[in-house]
Design a protein around this ligand. Structure first.
Ligand code: SAJ
Length: 443
């Protein structure tokens, strides 16, 4: 297939944080793009120029307007739309089961079945979703061949090109990040490369399906382990009376003079109130699932355990503070600042705050959640803080970074406890203003 924006039609399966911006960028590059999604509501929203993505996404609104004018991108729930597509890109969620941590491929399997039933000869299917190593070979290929009656390599092409997106930077990531393409033959490799060159300025590395699967899940497992190390350092610093943030700065100052600049020899990550999002909490499990029955990894599951413990640790800091103030937590008003999993995002998938809310729910305290980005918690900050005995900072939204401590003192009631899960407040100033302060890694 010769890729050309003039006559290559692209279908995008799944119009979420990945599929929607990818669809827009290919349409902007001149391709006719049809988005396929199960949710009719989302389709109606997109076809009237709306966006299924909230939160700050630089450039997204302008791109939607530009693409809408071109008329090159429409959305539908009708899976027969795949029949006209030369290329089908799959960007559906691939969560893991809460209890077993095994991949829950319901959305992926449903998508592959619909695509297989409508797949054109010589079409190209590309999986952008993050999947466990071995999934291309043992699930994707099998379902597509079964449902289409065609053979990969012979009758259609199949590749994976894992997404590398972070909410809040979607377009920037797609355009500028290097990408890995997994393909089993040269023709497919070349075709996928020529396609992504239309929207990706970053480097396009090529490898096998399984290596691309391992790289994607592995790069997030790496980050999760790094964060777990930072969290364990926070617990150590609390126990030994140090400030983990100063420790982190000094460790990361460990540099050597390179040819042109100082090279950091260490990059300790940020400790915090836990790890959420659509990537890290699940990608480590996808990685180890690929080796199930072959090897029992140690560090990666343990890192998950440490990171999942952090909301409990935040709760313990709160309980200790109430004990220290000799106040009954059950009679308190507690305000949780930040429901989203990360600062300045509306995305609350796998948010660590959920685990904290559950623990607070086991007390009789009155709990108020405030988050300027998450629809159900967009209450006024001052109103939420009024009469609070304690506040717990869980997401480092900009709104929380310039809270006036004297005003906060007037709004709150004794014992005026501040639990800082993301090192947003200044411990010295908060203590001087007469609060009780406990930060993760700095109590
Ligand atoms: N977090 C920490 N400490 C850190 C970094 C993050 O506690 O040092 C927490 C955050 O608060 C959040 C969670 O971890 O709850 C995830 O944060 P994240 O910055 O990793 O954001 P994600 O989940 O959007 O990660 C994405 C990933 N990108 C893809 O999967 C394509 C990740 O691989 C990227 O490294 C990350 O964006 C990024 O740095 O852009």
């Amino acid at each position: 297939m010769k890729i050309s924006s003039k006559n290559t039609k692209i279908a995008i399966c799944g119009l979420g944080y990945v599929g929607f911006p990818v669809a827009l960028l290919f349409a902007e590059a001149g391709f006719e793009v049809i988005g396929v999604n199960r949710s009719g509501e989302k389709i109606k929203l997109i076809n009237r120029g709306g966006s299924p993505i909230e939160g700050k996404e630089p450039g997204l609104k302008e791109l939607i307007k530009k693409v809408r004018k071109s008329g090159l991108f429409t959305a539908t729930t009708d899976e027969t739309a795949y029949k006209d597509a030369d290329i089908v890109i799959v960007a559906v969620e691939t969560p893991v089961e809460d209890d077993t941590h095994e991949p829950a491929y319901r959305a992926l399997k449903a998508a592959l079945t619909s695509i297989g039933r409508n797949l054109r000869k010589d079409a190209l299917v590309i999986i952008e979703s993050t999947i466990a190593p071995g999934t291309m070979e043992n699930i994707v290929k099998v379902i597509l061949e079964q449902e289409s009656g065609m053979e990969v390599g012979q009758d259609f092409m199949l590749a994976n090109c894992p997404e590398r997106l972070m909410p809040g930077h979607l377009l920037e990531n797609i355009i500028n990040y290097n990408r890995v393409i997994g393909a089993q033959d040269e023709k497919t490799t070349d075709t996928v490369k020529s396609l992504y060159k239309y929207i990706v300025k970053g480097k396009l590395d090529t490898t096998s399906w399984v290596t691309a699967e391992i790289v994607k899940a592995g790069e997030n497992a790496y980050r999760d382990v790094q964060i777990a190390f930072a969290n364990e350092m926070a617990l150590l610093c609390e126990a030994m009376g140090a400030d983990v943030w100063q420790v982190r700065d000094l460790i990361n100052e460990c540099k050597r003079k390179g040819e042109t600049r100082f090279e950091a020899l260490r990059q300790m990550h940020y400790p915090g109130a836990g790890v959420g999002g659509h990537c890290l909490p699940k990608d480590s499990w996808l990685l180890v699932y690929g080796a199930k029955g072959l090897i029992e990894p140690q560090i990666i599951p343990l890192a998950r355990k440490i990171n999942n413990f952090m909301p409990k640790h935040v709760f313990d800091l709160l309980s200790e503070s109430f004990k220290q103030a000799n106040k009954d937590i059950n009679k308190a008003k507690i305000v949780v600042l930040g429901y989203a999993y990360a600062g300045n995002s509306d995305d609350s998938r796998n948010t660590p705050t959920e685990a904290l809310i559950k623990l607070l729910g086991e007390t009789q305290a009155t709990v108020v959640i405030q988050d300027p980005f998450v629809k159900e918690y967009k209450t006024s900050l001052d109103k939420s803080l009024k009469g609070a005995h304690a506040i717990i900072l869980m997401a480092d939204h900009d709104q929380y970074k310039n809270i006036n401590y004297n005003k906060l003192k007037r709004l709150m009631k004794t014992p005026r406890i501040v639990i800082d899960g993301r090192n947003v407040f200044s411990k010295d100033k908060v203590l001087k203003a007469g609060f009780i302060y406990k930060g993760v890694g700095n109590i």
